[in-house]
Design a protein around this ligand. Sequence first.
Ligand SMILES: [Ca+2]
Length: 490
Amino acid sequence: MKVWILLALLCSLFSQAFTEETKPNILFCIADDWGAHASIYGDPVVKTTTFDRIAKEGALFHNAYVSSPSCTPCRNSILTGQWHWRLGPGANLYGTLRQDLEVYPHILADAGYHTGSWRKSFGPGKLEGKFVENHPAGTPVKGFDDFLETRPEGAPFCFWLGASDPHRGYEEGSGVKSGMDISKIEIFPCFPDSEEVRSDVADYYYEVQRFDSDVGKAVEKLKSIGELDNTIIVITGDHGMPFPRCKSNLYDSGTRVPLAIRWPGKIEAGQEFNKYASLTDLAPTFLEAAGISAPEAMTGLSLIPALIGGGDEALRPFILTGKERHVPSQEIPDMGGYPSRALRTDDFLYIRNYETERWPNGTPLWEKAAIPGTWYGDTDNGPTKTYIVENKDKDEVHRMSYDLCFSKRPAEELYDLTNDPEQLVNLASDGKYKDDLAKLATRLSDELIAAGDPRHVESLAFDFDAESYGGGGPKAPHIKKKNNKKKKAK
Ligand SMILES: [Ca+2]
């Protein structure tokens, strides 16, 4: 109780102090498909100089999670500050943003902020109505410098610095060519250890570093114009790495992302958080920093109380994540996704899969796929995927890797994080965990009801699978060869 009184007092002092001062600028930097891999997290190979600096001069989050491990719903949940399942068509890959939704860049623009976005922000998807004229992430521009040149004098700004890194496709061998020692790579234990896989991870790291370097240039620009210390800098990613059992999956490998926040003079440097932040919390955080109350519909919780002294106790004690339709990658005529939800605590990850007859990462039967030729459609094509599929019958280790990545899953999954931090052994049918399983199942349902999930609140029912889809899907290798086009997948 005392902690909350102290927090309330700190927040009120914070708002009071704020109104007397200049509004802070906001530089929001988001990579595409970047899981929690950074040197400051202990990764022995990737070098993230800028991210590490921002974290050291501000706050580092060890447990930041996306609402959904898929581009469009994650980005929509950040813009609206709401769980993706509340966004109707916006919960699917290639979905749109509903007209009644409010987005934080628009609220800041109404309060006098100069807003803009560069490279990937909303999407992929089609903007409609009010968002066509008025881009939800701020007017798209050609770069940070251009954006700053059009800034009205004295106006605070809010800038979305996007990227297509480290989304596939990669230049194969770019990691090795850049000098990375692939023997030092810590391979995700569900991947077989092979040269192909190691090199593929190095290519991913290479693009992570390129993004980090782009952010570094923006930080230098802020310094050169004297705005560095009046700018909140946030660096994160939209979900885990584009590898099997990562992106589009509800394990930490798909939903946990890097997060660092710097705001000198307001938040103490060198803070580290172990409790949970959702990227839906960023919108209310930005609004509070600007002295604006968040709209009631925002389910995100401002991170300011934690950042200004409240510590872990002011963060969420657990996290929720979910998935609706990534690529429609089931078998004709099923245009559905793989709906699932998860509750992650310090001790357990509990996952509920609603449609167990479907393929969690898409059908292997490309000739029967809802989108013609699609092959394991929820997993981006790449050397690691090809290696795992092609070698599945080699031995037990390879078979296990294939099953963990692509085989069908039961209605419930339970992982004991003390003994199995990588979440590879499903204990849902182990009698020893019966009580834990029952408690977590009830808790997840209760939390989803409280969070307005249409899958749990009948009055909000929404048919996510009936929505149209404007994208493609990863094609089977022989089809790709026939087309022979080097195309960047969404
Ligand atoms: Ca992405």
